[in-house]
Each structure stands twice: as structure tokens, then as C-alpha cells.
Design a protein around this ligand. Structure first.
Ligand code: SF4
Length: 528
């Protein structure tokens, strides 16, 4: 069924529901033609156009929604479908962020109803995650667990109230239940002094086709790099002073980017020495460094990682197909990945993660099968399976827009879904379980990214950054500090500039912001 565009009425009983309707229709790739003109008749609808008429009533004890979708077929016939939803009027909003107010309820019910009607009308479901739009679907499950709901009640609620496919509802609920022992919850009381640290190194050996991150190819001019290293040193030192001042303990350290191992062995050693001295203690369980690109690492750097106590390394092949590696701008081969993996194992670093991406240009299900077969032979502790996200700012998105690459180069949604299934089956066969999950905008098929781990090897940092129940201090360009108050997980953030030049220039501003944020949470001027 080809739907060209849609008109809508914005009758939300005082609530603006236009974005709720537009966002939901975008899942079906249908753009708005505009608000339906007052006085226009259904007979004015053109073939291929659709009209969404909403009526919302907020009464004393009940919110009711009626949505009618009318579609004008190519034969100029009108097909109409209607759905109703009723819910009790929410109680007056408390300070708790868990409660949904009337505005939130109306918008959610509009999304839910439009999605259901569109699924019926088109016979398709491009939204396996229903009306959930956020990056962190597990957070909803954690809130429901906090309220005392059990697994079956949560999955039922996700299906009924958010229109998730039952398989996704079961997946996300299972992951959240698995995470409970390591995150703060009513059953696992607060240790607000336990935090994690993220350090971002924004350099890479070359730029990957799909990358939208502001990663820089390592500068040839030493002065530029020196200026960055001086700034990040100050950033680390300032953070370690805060940690000492507020008596915080660091549970996990994650050095990401970019590709931190792009730095020379000498620079990497100096950086890791500072990190170890500033942050590591007997309470630190995890120290990860991303060595994403095999073309960034060698024996000397592996030795530096080992020497400074790094116990988890991420090597990110993305694919084990040489033709694709070349196409996506990686300057290394499959054999390089295998060689580096062997060297990291030989060095005795205990935990290795490998990232793969489903949906890379030109790839098929058979390519994913072969990639996973090779990764399974290496037998890492963690595998993170991403779905390709066509993000603005990536060379891939620009190449597709400008016609350098055709849309056909990308596997379609069905193939990408089949690739994810292959990856999941391999992870299961390696005795791995899904332990964290997140979603991004513009993902093929509106799917998800999932981290798998062998027993007792979950990456704590990945869980904490997603669930937002632990304070995480971000160091380096683009890094964010999230100060989490145990009072309903209220979160206050400050961010460093993404681009290196602004980061260096305005570092004092960012350090002050972070200082204020953490002083409010841990210092004498507590807000909560
Ligand atoms: S290695 Fe990662 S951060 Fe660097 S260019 Fe590739 S995708 Fe971007």
C-alpha cells in the first residue's frame, strides 16, 4: 500500500498532539502534508492521502481518545478505521518522575492508537519497539521493577501500553532483571559514593564510512596533539581532586573514543599512568580501553595496557569480511584482527569484547554468518551486536544522499533482522546472555544494539551508562558528566565541547561546571 502523505487534526483537549502523530507516522515513512483545513470534507482527500482525525476528552476521572484514520485508495475510495482508548485520569503529579501526567498520557495514547491503526491499515509492523522512542528501553522496566511488578506483568504492560512486539518485551524485561544485582534499586540500596569514569580520546587512524562521531584522524602536527594531551591531563587531575575531596570510589573506568590506542605507546602509557594514579583503588572492578581498530595497536601498546592494569579491551572488527572492511574505510584486514586478538590473549588481558554491525553496505546474511563463525572461533568474552544507524554527519549518509552509493547497497530490514538473528544464535551457542541494550535514531528497521557476555563477564560500565543510576564523570571532548541523585534518579549533566579546539580553549568553563554539579550532589551545598 503506497501512502503519499497525511493530514491531521490537532484536537488534543489542550494538549499539542501534532508531534505524537508526526513521529508515529514517520515509522511508516509517511510525512505530514499539513493540518486538515477547517470545513474540508472527506471527499476532498486525494488518492494516496490519509487523514487522521483525533478527539481527546479529559474528564474528571477519565481520559478518552478516539482516532479515525481515513485513507483514499488509488481508486478514490475511502477506507476508514477507528480505535478508542480509555484510561483513568492520572493522580496529581507528584515529585516522582515515575508518574505520567495528563499531557504525557494523552500523547502516549495518541501514539499507541495511531500505531495500532497504521499496523492494521498497512498490514506491516515497522516498529518492533512500538511507541518507545528512547535510547534506553530498559529504564522503563527498571521503574516497573521498582514498583514491585513481576516479569509477566511487565511484559504484558510493554505490549499493551507501549505496543512492543512480545519478543522485544521479553528481551528487554529479561535484560533489566539480569542487571538488577549491579544497579541501585530499592532492593539494592544506594551507595551514592560509587561512581564510574569515562575518558574520551577523539582520535582514529582513519575515518570509517558510517561514523558520525566527531573523531579526528590523528594529527600529523605534534603541537596539536600536545595541546590536547595537556588539556586532558588537566581534566584528569581536576577529576581526581574531586574524587579525593568527596571521598568517591571508582567502580569502573572506560577509555573510549575515537580509538585511544591511536596514541603512541609513550603517550598512551603517560595517559594510563595518570588514570591509574587518579582513579584506581581496591574498589575498582573494571578498567576498559577501546582498541577498536587493529591498525591502531601493536605489541608495545598491548604491553602498556597490561602494565597499567587494563583488564578489558574492546577490539571492534565490525565485520570479518575484507571486502566490507575496505568499503567502510578501515585500513586493516581480517587477518590483522585475528593477529591482534591472539596477541591480546597472549598478553593475558582477561576480557575481550568484539563489536559487529548488522546492515553494513553490500553485506548479506551469509556474510554475517561467516563473520560470526570467525568470531566464535576467537571466542571473546563479550560480543556487542550493533544495527547500522544511518546518522547525519556520516560519510555513508552523505554518499547515499549524493548518489555515490545507492540505497541498494544496504541490506534491507528483513536481511538486517536475519543478520541479528544469526548473531544472537552464535552468541547463545557461545554461552553468552544479553546484558545491556540500547537504541539509536535512524537504525535500520528500528532495531537495537545488544551486548552479549559470557557468565560473570558483563561490562559494568556499559550497564551503568545505560541505566543512569550511578554518577559517571566524563573526561575529554564530547564527554558528559551525569550526576545522579538517588532521589528518583534525578540526573543533572554537564558536557564538554565535542570539537577538540573548543574543548582545549574552554576547558576551565567545563571544569567549573562539573565542579559545581558534583559539589551540589556530594558537597556541602546539597540540593536534595
Ligand atoms: S573507529 Fe569508531 S570513532 Fe573511529 S572513525 Fe571508526 S567508527 Fe568513528
Amino acid at each position: 500500500m503506497k501512502i503519499n502523505n497525511f493530514f491531521f487534526t490537532n484536537a488534543g483537549a489542550g494538549v499539542d498532539i501534532s508531534s505524537a502523530i508526526r513521529d508515529t507516522m514517520l515509522l511508516f515513512n509517511v510525512d505530514a502534508a499539513g493540518v486538515w483545513p477547517e470545513g474540508a470534507r472527506l471527499a476532498d482527500l486525494k488518492p494516496g492521502s490519509l487523514l487522521i482525525v483525533s478527539s481527546v476528552r479529559c474528564e474528571e476521572d477519565q481520559v478518552s481518545i478516539k482516532i479515525v484514520i481515513s485513507f483514499c485508495t488509488p481508486a478514490a475510495e475511502i477506507e476508514s478505521l477507528t480505535e478508542y482508548e480509555y484510561r483513568p485520569m492520572p493522580l496529581a503529579r507528584t515529585k516522582s518522575e515515575d508518574s505520567e501526567d495528563v499531557t504525557g498520557l494523552v500523547r502516549r495514547l495518541v501514539r499507541l492508537t495511531v500505531l495500532r491503526l497504521m499496523r492494521k491499515l498497512t498490514g506491516s509492523n515497522p516498529a518492533p519497539w512500538g511507541i518507545l522512542r528512547g535510547v534506553r528501553p530498559t529504564k522503563i522496566v527498571h521503574r516497573l521493577l521498582d514498583q514491585g511488578l513481576i516479569r509477566s506483568q511487565i511484559t504484558a504492560k510493554l505490549v499493551q501500553e507501549y505496543a512492543l512486539e512480545p519478543a522485544k518485551a521479553a528481551l528487554v524485561t529479561g535484560i533489566a532483571i539480569h542487571q538488577r544485582p549491579v544497579i541501585v534499586s530499592p532492593d539494592n540500596p544506594v551507595n551514592e559514593k560509587k561512581i564510574s569514569i569515562y575518558i574520551g580520546i577523539p582520535y582514529c587512524p582513519s575515518r570509517c564510512l558510517y561514523c558520525s562521531f566527531p573523531a579526528y584522524v590523528l594529527p600529523e602536527r605534534r603541537e596539536q596533539l600536545d595541546a590536547f594531551l595537556r588539556s586532558i591531563t588537566r581534566d584528569i587531575e581536576s577529576t581526581s581532586q574531586l574524587i579525593a575531596r568527596f571521598n568517591l570510589s571508582v567502580e569502573s573506568i572506560y577509555v573510549g573514543g575515537g580509538t585511544p590506542t591511536s596514541l603512541s605507546a609513550t603517550d598512551l602509557a603517560a595517559l594510563l599512568a595518570l588514570i591509574r594514579e587518579g582513579f584506581r583503588s581496591a574498589q575498582t572492578k573494571e578498567f576498559t580501553v577501546e582498541a577498536g581498530r587493529p591498525d591502531s595497536i601493536n605489541n608495545e601498546k598491548i604491553d602498556v595496557l597490561r602494565q597499567y592494569g587494563v583488564n578489558r579491551v574492546s577490539i571492534n572488527p565490525q565485520t570479518m569480511q575484507d571486502k566490507t572492511l575496505k568499503q567502510i574505510g578501515r585500513r586493516h584486514t581480517v587477518q590483522d584482527i585475528i593477529d591482534i586478538f591472539g596477541k591480546i590473549r597472549y598478553a593475558g588481558i582477561p576480557l575481550v569484547n568484539m563489536d559487529v554491525i548488522a546492515g553494513l553496505p553490500g553485506e548479506t546474511e551469509a556474510d554475517m554468518e561467516d563473520t560470526m563463525r570467525q568470531i566464535a572461533m576467537l571466542n571473546p568474552e563479550n560480543i556487542t551486536v550493533h544495527t547500522l544507524a544511518l546518522k547525519r554527519g556520516s560519510i555513508l549518509k552523505e554518499s547515499l544522499s549524493s548518489g555515490i552509493l545507492s540505497g541498494q547497497s544496504l541490506p534491507n530490514e528483513e536481511v538486517t533482522q536475519a543478520m541479528l538473528k544469526v548473531a544472537t544464535d552464535y552468541a547463545t551457542s557461545l554461552d553468552m546472555h544479553p546484558y545491556y541494550l540500547y537504541r539509536q535514531k535512524y537504525m535500520t528497521g528500528n532495531l537495537e544494539n545488544i551486548g552479549y557476555a559470557k557468565p560473570e563477564t558483563d561490562c559494568l560500565y556499559n550497564i551503568q551508562i545505560m541505566e543512569e543510576r550511578q554518577t559517571i564523570i566524563g573526561i575529554g571532548p564530547g564527554a558528559g558528566t551525569k550526576a545522579v541523585s538517588p532521589n528518583h534518579w534525578r540526573l543533572q549533566s554537564s558536557y564538554n565541547a565535542k570539537d577538540v579546539v573548543s574543548y582545549i580553549k574552554n576547558l576551565d568553563v567545563y571544569l567549573n561546571e562539573r565542579n559545581t554539579l558534583l559539589s551540589r550532589l556530594y558537597g556541602d551545598c546539597k540540593e536534595d
